[in-house]
Design a binder for this molecule. Structure first.
Ligand code: NAP
Length: 302
């Protein structure tokens, strides 16, 4: 058996086109567009590249985009004031703080200062609680788990009644995706097991999975013999295992590997996501979807 590839790069284009169409429709009907502010503190190269990608994507979709690049030395108070300003700004529907923040700033305090109705990353405790309750309560599912769920649905894999095993229990991937897939509703209704470093016999849990979601950050953790034949394998792991020189640019680029032994696993699985090009591209895509939805909630409430 050779698994079908679920490519995030392809799904990203499909979903971004849908968002673009919806933005144009809302602009024509109501004269408004989604507004997103990206707040970057300092000049960390990785953060800068993430923010740049978010800004580029927002522009491509026809969003209003505001960039707030602040110096490393900004005080916590000034940052909180900036957030308060965008909380009040009716043309802004999503506020993004690029993490990590400098050590003198309390990250939790800053993230919790964002209006939960503009928290398009879905990290505010109010949105985490809404996700836990499920159904109509959910406003902004956090983006990587939302991307994973979307990939499984669009691949045509049945989630209802499936045995789902999630490897990893982090607040940004493992816990939210487990919670989303066990909800009563469409694209969910699964029987979910979450495993972690204290789990006895990880392999036996993985072998039961119709859908195996791996978010551990350990390259090659999941062995092919742990995979049920025909299962859907979602590899969230992004691990730098070395560097190579790009033929195109002559620059050094990272060699990335997932948490699953891809070449062997694809011979057993029914569906599998590659790394890179799998879950990765879905995160920013879902961030854009959350920002569009934020505007739609606003329009619906008058
Ligand atoms: P994390 O906060 O480090 O959590 C890792 C989880 O995996 C923990 O719950 C840990 O268990 C569990 N784990 C680690 N080693 C294990 C092992 N040997 N056996 C069983 N469980 C193990 O990581 P994260 O933020 O969730 O990220 C996980 C991976 O996904 C990373 O490679 C990250 O780069 C990637 N990621 C990708 C995206 C994306 O593509 N957009 C987004 C987010 C994360 P304990 O709780 O017991 O320690």
């Amino acid at each position: 058996m050779t698994a079908k590839l679920i490519k995030g790069t392809v799904l990203r284009e499909e979903i971004l086109e849908e968002i673009k169409t919806e933005v144009a429709r809302i602009r024509a009907e109501y004269g408004v567009v989604p507004g997103l502010v990206t707040i970057l503190v300092g000049s960390n190269a990785a953060s800068l590249s993430y923010v740049t990608l978010k800004i580029k994507t927002a522009h491509r979709l026809g969003f209003k985009e505001v960039q707030e690049n602040q110096p490393e030395t900004i005080s916590e108070e000034a940052l909180l004031d900036l957030i308060a300003k965008y909380n009040r700004d009716d043309s802004i529907h999503g506020i993004l703080i690029q993490l990590p923040l400098p050590k003198h700033i309390d990250e939790k305090k800053v993230l919790n200062a964002i209006d939960p109705d503009k928290d398009v990353d879905g990290f505010h405790p109010v949105n985490v609680g809404r996700l836990m309750i499920g159904g109509d309560e959910v406003k902004f599912p956090s983006c990587t788990p939302a991307g994973i769920q979307e990939m499984i649905i669009r691949a045509g894999v049945e989630i209802c009644g499936a045995e789902v095993v999630v490897v990893g229990r982090s607040n940004i991937v493992g816990k939210p995706i487990a919670n989303m897939l066990l909800q009563k509703g469409e694209g969910a209704n699964a029987t979910v097991t979450v495993v972690h470093t204290r789990t006895r016999d990880l392999a036996s849990h993985c072998r039961r999975a119709d859908i195996l979601i791996v978010a551990a950050g350990v390259p090659g953790l999941v062995k092919p013999e742990w995979i049920k034949p025909g299962a859907c394998v979602i590899d969230v792991g992004v691990n730098r295992v070395g560097e190579r020189i790009s033929e195109k640019t002559g620059r050094k680029i990272a060699i990335l590997k997932g948490d699953v032994d891809f070449e062997e696993a694809r011979k057993v699985a029914g569906f599998i996501t590659p790394v890179p090009g799998g879950v990765g591209p879905m995160t920013i895509t879902m961030l854009m979807k959350n920002t569009l939805n934020s505007l739609k909630f606003r329009v619906a409430s008058g």
